[in-house]
Design a protein around this ligand. Structure first.
Ligand code: ADP
Ligand code: MG
Length: 697
């Protein structure tokens, strides 16, 4: 066996392990439950738990934990050892079906948006048996969902699982109505490309802003940034490559198939992409991956930055969310096939998705909103905040034909690409070129949602996309089921949806000013910031959609909104307090030390009696002092703004205050400090510079 296949998935309780460890009848029964979305039989859970414990202990595990994803966006875990005592008082190991299925946790200590008062604290974790358990750090990790005593979702996973049910239900209805009898499940798949920065850990530890907020709050542009275009795909530095190698091995062991790795556009920026998986598993794997990245980086004396915009002036980091839907018998419903114009099922799902993006574009946009992403979206390094779809020439042409003539008679075919040298192979050109500026790009057999920020859990965007698409498929299914001729009805729906929702299709340059104007003419929303974006989560039509699909109740929508707003408000407050601390206690003292040195120098030159005026030094002294005073005034203003904002009770009003009153002052303070950085003797500057962090390895 090769080294790779030996380590790959070696710490995961995979399907193959289950087949080996469980009696055949038990395995078959369990598989049947997973494959057909049936309810779990507790007797089965008992046997699975026994096998799991034995397998985990063979791998050195002494503990197990229910692993879940509360609304903090991070993961949470509570460990229990396998140790127990027998009736005779002997020490034994134990892990029952009940331990596997259900855990209890204090729900009041996690963000709950008012769903639970502190005195009603019971919360439950419930085993998600569709995502495999794994062993890490001598502990058996059991993926779970987290809910309140009354069953309300308190986490990122529950709505995702519910949205998968909705998509499965409505997708199957559509397929059945069109005569498909073989598919048992409709499944959403996701491959998430993860961007990140790596910097030297010693430098990281000297920056309070990176430690407390994940991003630099100050930092002048270095002489060199990313302007040469010499970072993207560049040869990887040895230290970084060692990290990547180690990371891949750790991920493979955990069953996360890291596939591609390369340098990204900004200095010190990189990307890793695993092979896609069923969306809830992909979401678990992405959370786990982010954690492992940080740990492995620390082992290499590095710090891994997952913030959307750790550095101003160079690209930020995103997480391209490649989404597709398929059936359990291996059909990708988004694969156009050789003759897309004749592929009714493909065109129908495509039309439904286009409609979902148009009708629910606002809440899809909101799914990518977090405090960090506000610095990235629309900044010519990531898609704008306007949701649109890139389809490419072939599909756009088919849609035009359908719209004009009721049906499409032909599709554009692929052509040969020759590079003009006999040593090079001739190959078929992709039917359309890539469009790297679109927020949602069709890339051949999947949609790439490019708005998502690098630190975000992908559960959020995907439960919203799944639900929006399921909601439209629900209407499609109703119409097909009511029609005497579903084939004809499908064609009618395709034409109608394309005609009514084509405004959301845009194949041009999404970064251009013209598109902003054009989108406005088309009536597409341009929601530029977190606060406005999140408000769409509680827009009436969106609450209705989540409720109708059984994904979130109105109460859950409201509580989720509250939690996300609170999270934003706290994030900005921490940033402001960190900025104040750094300026008052580190940066200004350094600036004044330098001012003193110059003043002394001028005085000492004067004292020699030489008749020379140090004109440039005097000007520098004046400029430094002016800026230092200005920065001090801004710190005072920032303190006042933070005090005012944090005294506001309503989360929305508070969010608006942080956005409009706090962030602008913080920004203006930064301008003074960044200018000071370019003027102060580098030996006085108290924090590592951009240049050192970018190129210091
Ligand atoms: P890019 O050129 O943007 O890097 P890739 O083709 O490398 O795109 O794929 C990026 C991600 O998309 C990977 O995680 C890959 O596994 C995933 N992916 C590929 N096919 C599908 C699919 N049918 N559904 C979902 N994700 C997919
Ligand atoms: Mg990509």
């Amino acid at each position: 066996m090769s080294e790779l296949s030996k380590i790959s998935g070696s710490n995961v309780f995979t399907d193959a392990v289950m087949r080996e460890k469980l009696p055949t009848a038990v395995y078959d029964a369990f598989r049947n439950i997973i494959d057909n979305n049936l309810t779990l039989d507790p007797n089965l859970a008992e046997i699975v738990a026994g096998a799991m414990k034995e397998w985990a202990m063979e791998r050195g595990a002494t503990h197990y934990c229910h692993w879940f994803q509360p609304m903090t966006g991070l993961t949470a875990e509570k460990h229990n050892s396998f140790i127990s005592t027998s009736k005779e008082g002997k020490i034994i190991t134990e892990f029952s079906g009940k331990d596997l299925i259900k855990g209890e946790s204090d729900a009041s200590s996690f963000p709950n948006g008012g769903i639970r008062a502190t005195f009603e604290a019971r919360g439950y974790t419930a085993w998600d048996f569709t995502s495999p358990a794994f062993v890490k750090d001598k502990t058996l990790y059991i993926p779970t969902a987290f809910c309140s005593y009354s069953g309300e979702a308190l986490d990122k996973k529950t709505p995702l699982l519910r949205s998968m049910d909705a998509l499965n239900r409505e997708g199957l209805r559509v397929l059945r109505a069109l005569g498909n009898k073989t598919a048992r499940k409709v499944i959403a798949y996701v491959g998430a490309e993860q961007e990140y920065f790596l910097i030297d850990r010693e430098l990281f530890m000297k920056r309070k802003d990176l430690i407390f907020t994940g991003r630099t709050l100050f930092g002048a542009r270095p002489p060199k940034g990313q302007e040469m275009g010499d970072q993207y795909y560049a040869s990887i530095k040895t230290r970084v490559l060692n990290f990547m190698q180690d990371l891949d091995v750790e991920l493979w062991k955990l069953g996360i198939p890291g596939k591609t790795r390369h340098n990204e556009a900004a200095p010190a920026q990189h990307e890793i992409a695993p092979i896609y998986n069923v969306v809830n598993v992909a979401a678990d794997q992405n959370q786990l991956m982010m954690e492992v990245m940080k740990k492995v980086a620390a082992r290499h004396g590095l710090a891994c930055l997952l913030h959307e915009k750790p550095f101003a002036g160079v690209n930020g980091s995103g997480k391209h969310n490649n989404w597709s839907i398929g059936t359990d018998d291996g059909v990708n419903l988004l694969d156009p096939g050789p003759e897309p114009h004749k592929n009714t099922i493909f065109l129908l799902f495509l039309a439904a998705i286009i409609k979902a993006i148009d009708v629910y574009g606002d809440v899809i946009r909101s799914s990518a909103a977090n405090a960090g992403n506000d610095y990235r979206l629309g900044a010519h390094e990531a898609p704008p905040a306007i949701v649109s779809v890139f389809l490419g020439d072939q599909l756009t042409d088919i849609i035009d034909q359908i719209e004009k003539e009721g049906e499409a008679k032909k599709s554009i075919c692929s052509t040969k690409l020759e590079m003009g040298a006999s040593a090079l192979p001739v190959f078929a050109r992709d039917i359309t070129d890539r469009n790297r500026t679109s927020p949602i790009a069709f890339t051949g057999n999947k949609f790439e949602f490019r708005m998502v920020g690098s630190s975000a859990s992908i559960a959020g965007p995907n439960f919203i996309i799944n639900t929006a698409v399921a909601d439209i498929l629900h209407d499609v299914a109703d119409r097909l089921e009511a029609s005497g001729n579903p084939e004809e009805e499908a064609k009618k729906i395709i034409r109608e949806y394309f005609h009514e929702h084509k405004r959301v299709i845009f194949n041009g340059d999404n970064y251009s000013e013209e598109w902003v104007k054009e989108a406005e003419r088309r009536g597409l929303p341009n929601i530029t910031n977190f606060v406005d974006a999140k408000r769409t989560l509680i827009a009436e039509k969106n609450i209705r959609m989540f409720a109708r699909m059984g994904v979130l109740s109105e109460k859950e929508c409201l509580s989720r909104y509250e939690i996300l707003m609170e999270n934003y408000n706290k994030t900005i407050k921490i940033e402001a307090l960190t900025a104040i601390d750094m300026v008052e206690r580190d940066i200004l003292p350094a600036v004044y030390r330098y001012i003193k040195e110059i003043a002394e120098c001028i005085n000492q030159v004067r004292a020699t009696g030489i008749h020379i005026i140090l004109e440039k030094r005097e000007k520098l002294l004046k400029d430094l002092s002016t800026l230092a005073v200005s920065a001090e005034e801004k710190v005072a203003k920032l303190k006042e703004a933070v005090n005012e904002a944090s005294s506001i009770g309503d989360v929305t009003a508070q969010g608006i205050a942080y956005r409009d009153k706090v962030i602008p002052v913080m920004q203006s303070l930064r301008e003074d400090i960044d200018t000071l950085e370019t003027m102060v003797d580098s030996k006085y500057w108290p924090i590592p510079t951009y240049g050192e962090m970018f190129f210091g390895m």
